[in-house]
Write a protein that binds this ligand. Structure first.
Ligand SMILES: NC(=O)c1ccc[n+]([C@@H]2O[C@H](COP(=O)([O-])OP(=O)(O)OC[C@H]3O[C@@H](n4cnc5c(N)ncnc54)[C@H](OP(=O)(O)O)[C@@H]3O)[C@@H](O)[C@H]2O)c1
Length: 289
């Protein structure tokens, strides 16, 4: 039996959809805190909340291969993931596939998200169950939070402080396809796979992709820190978001997300979606529609 956790979430939902293209839907179980929201997936749905370890024995019963989608509860994730790993192991699972973060295993990784992923990877490796770690690079949807994309399309200028901030953005759909392929086919045990898009692009590349997708001219313009600091205030962006975005671009400029692999093509059997193609899928939104 194939189990996908977090099935109401954006990634978990896509993973179930990819999985039932590869295996009999009757052999798939979707776990979620909100079964009603997963009712339309066409597979069996069971309730599971990693904050409630008592609910997990029943949820993982019969599990053979599990895609463990990392939760979004910053600060509680290691305990949550450890509870799920323990329950899956107790149920006799033969392979656990965990969705981690790009280069999470490196202790120097400055991302606030890295330590919990790194610790979960350690718990997984010590669980005794064959495992695969999928270290996802950044989803391009995150750019909607990290950069003023619509404004850039409207004005023709994407501005920011810094350059050389290369990131190999990878779509959730590609990540879901990789997870589903490993669940369906098995293999890759003991591996830590960096799951990335086809190319690492900096913000000048983001501007080019916006232009290609919308047909509007867009160029990147580097701002000084002072000019950059003045911008968000004018747009009324929350200070926490401004500082998180600045940290992100600094980490990117230091090369932490400048990782490009062939994992999507090799494992899922299809080339990863380029950034311009992703933007083309949300063209109306970018054009302010
Ligand atoms: N690489 C990146 O750029 C990037 C960006 C965003 C997120 N992520 C990571 O990827 C994961 C999936 O992303 P997403 O976009 O699909 O997130 P999302 O739609 O916000 O979903 C959050 C996920 O966390 C699960 N979850 C939260 N609390 C849980 C609990 N107590 N027990 C079990 N599951 C719990 C949810 O499952 P249910 O609601 O179905 O119970 C859902 O699958 C995130 O949770 C995060 O770890 C990575």
């Amino acid at each position: 039996m194939f189990v996908v956790t977090g099935a109401s979430g954006k990634l978990g939902r896509l993973a179930v959809q990819h999985l039932i293209e590869r295996v009999d839907a009757a052999k798939v179980v979707a776990l979620t805190r909100t079964p009603d929201r997963a009712a339309g997936l066409g597979v069996r749905v069971r309730a599971a909340d990693f904050d409630d370890p008592g609910s997990l024995a029943r949820a993982f019963e019969g599990a053979e291969r599990v895609l463990l989608v990392s939760t979004d509860a910053l600060g509680r994730r290691v305990a949550q993931h450890a509870a799920a790993i323990e329950a899956a192991a107790a149920a006799g699972a033969r392979q656990l596939v965990y969705t981690s973060l790009v280069r999470a295993g490196e202790p120097g990784n400055p991302s606030l998200l890295a330590p919990e992923h790194r610790e979960t990877e350690r718990v997984l490796a010590e669980s005794g169950v064959p495992f695969t770690v999928l270290r996802h690079n950044i989803y391009p949807d995150m750019l909607h939070l990290l950069a003023p994309l619509r404004e850039a399309v409207a004005t023709g200028v994407l501005s920011g402080g810094g350059d050389g901030d290369h990131v190999a953005y990878v779509t959730r759909a590609d990540c879901a396809a990789v997870g589903a392929a490993i669940l369906a086919e098995g293999g890759h045990t003991g591996q830590f796979l960096e799951v990335t898009g086809p190319a690492a692009v900096d913000r000048a590349g983001v501007a080019e992709a916006l232009a290609e997708a919308t047909g509007r001219p867009v160029r990147y313009e580097r701002r000084t820190r002072r000019e950059e600091a003045a911008d968000p205030a004018a747009r009324g962006v929350a200070p926490e978001l401004v500082s998180a975005a600045r940290q992100f671009w600094d980490d990117a400029a230091a090369g932490w997300m400048d990782v490009t692999t062939h994992v999507v093509e090799r494992v899922a059997g299809r080339p990863p979606v380029p950034l311009a193609e992703f933007f083309a899928g949300c063209r109306n939104e970018l054009l302010g529609g």
